[in-house]
Design a protein around this ligand. Structure first.
Ligand code: 4AD
Ligand code: MG
Length: 435
């Protein structure tokens, strides 16, 4: 009959030095040396090493070691000691070992696997230290987003996922049958609904999954990604630029402060992230095109910035760069025209440094009913399903602005990942719906 000892998380072991505790988790590594057996186990909160010495634990517990395999689950009981040479820094002098489940031969072995294989094993790959670290950074980013808006009086508004219309153009809509009512589309953005909520509550945000049937295979595109969007009544483009600058700085500072061990594990050089302490450069689209042309990039004024242009431009700055006032023709129907030059939209894209490209898109919104109707015609968008949106311009219309930040692109940048697919637990890509 084993005595009862507290069950603790590995991350809290430092408080239990000299005491008997139990740990529950999975086998990360097994090793034998003479009469001593070592079990390195992980429990999601950290790594700890169990040391089994024959005679110091019941015979059957000592023998159970022989059955253990990589990723088997188990409970270990023992005396906690600090041991700087052990993985995780703590060691358990084991007095009890109870296997919970003996794992079959684990498909992911400590060797190089191809990304395609690992993506098929995503449900298991998440257990690796690298993937755990990315998920913890993602968690920190999401919490920072919520805290930022909460601290500033923005109200969370959950916008619908099933929608009757497009928000960001009709070329990448996911369509589904909606009972007897015809077609519905998976939301490309909560923005239009947020605009309605901003007229009710002043400052609002939403945070949820977003769907785009992206036909392009790039390292920046998912078909399902998470976007945090904010909308504020009476905000102009200038107010918006200040808001997004504060927002991104807030996220980066939080990740640097709270996720240093994870960034270190990911071998992420923090120096480029520390550069966000300085003001973010602001540059007009027109000046950006001129700069790109100086560098030999061939593009015409009026073209949207593609991935390659964004990469080239963001490499010219060491902080995120805010590119504002794009040609209106390249942008969405809801963006307000610049009163000083109606060919331009009052919009901003924020490009992350080190070639990570666009992480934020935002704009001041068109608030005039007649002009908005004209825009719907220009973009060939049906008016009827958007009547409710037009109402916002009929009943107390005010200047207002908002933006959306892509979580996976932000996490990919902060972690220094080559592709957004590792920045989300279960990526949905043009060619991937499994697991
Ligand atoms: O620039 P986008 O399309 O802007 C909007 O959807 C606006 N309605 C937001 C708003 O003003 N409320 O998307 C915003 C951000 C992009 O900057 C990018 O970070 C991310 O969403 N994003 C994607 N991330 C991953 N995969 C994709 N296919 C993405 N498309 C956009
Ligand atoms: Mg955009």
């Amino acid at each position: 009959m084993s005595e009862y000892f507290p069950i603790v998380e590995i991350s809290r072991l430092s408080r239990y030095i000299g005491q008997q505790v139990s740990l529950r988790g999975w086998v990360a590594h097994l090793r034998s040396s003479g009469k001593i057996r070592f079990v390195v186990m992980r429990d999601g909160s950290g790594l700890a090493q169990g040391v089994l010495v024959k005679g110091h634990l019941p015979e059957k517990d000592f023998d159970a070691f022989e059955d253990l395999t990589l990723e088997s689950s188990l409970q270990l009981t023992g005396l906690v000691q600090a041991e700087p040479r052990a993985p995780g820094g703590y060691e358990l002098q084991v007095t009890g070992l109870t296997p919970i489940h003996i794992a079959q031969e684990y498909p992911i072995q400590p060797k190089e696997h191809g990304v395609g294989f690992l993506m098929d094993q995503r449900h298991l790959w998440l257990r690796s230290p690298r993937q755990q670290a990315i998920m913890r950074v993602r968690d920190e980013v999401c919490r920072a987003c919520r805290d930022f808006f909460h601290d500033r009086g923005f109200v969370l508004i959950d916008t619908p996922i099933l929608t009757p219309t497009a928000c960001e153009g009709t070329t990448n809509l996911f369509e589904t049958d909606y009972l007897d009512r015809g077609k519905a589309y998976l939301s490309q953005s909560g923005q239009l609904y947020l605009e309605a909520a901003a007229m009710a509550l002043g400052k609002v945000y939403c945070f949820g999954p977003t769907f785009r049937a992206e036909k392009s295979k790039t390292r920046r595109h998912l078909t399902e990604f998470w976007m945090v969007e904010a909308e504020a009544a009476f905000y102009t483009l200038e107010d918006l630029l200040n808001l997004v600058e504060d927002f991104v700085r807030f996220i980066v500072v939080r990740v640097l402060a709270n996720r240093e061990p994870e960034l270190t594990l990911l071998e992420r050089d923090p120096a480029p992230l520390e550069a966000v302490a300085r003001p973010f450069p602001r540059i007009s689209y027109t000046d950006a095109v001129a700069k790109l042309r100086e560098q030999g990039v061939e593009m015409a004024w009026g073209d949207d910035l593609g991935g390659d242009e964004e990469t080239a431009l963001s490499r010219m700055f060491d902080a995120p760069v805010m590119v504002h006032r794009y040609p209106r023709q390249a942008k969405a129907f809801y963006m307000k025209a610049d009163p000083d030059n109606p060919d331009l939209a009052l919009c901003v894209d924020m490009l992350a440094p080190e070639g990570y490209g666009e992480i934020i898109g935002g704009s001041q919104r068109e608030d005039d009913l007649e002009i908005l109707l004209e825009r719907l015609r220009e973009h060939n968008l049906p008016r009827e399903p958007l009547e409710w949106y037009l109402d916002l311009r009929r009943y107390g219309s005010v200047p207002h602005s908002g933006f959306g930040l892509g979580i996976e692109r932000t996490v990919a940048w902060l972690c220094g990942l080559k592709h957004v697919r590792e920045a989300i637990p279960f990526p949905r890509l043009i060619d991937r719906l499994y697991p």
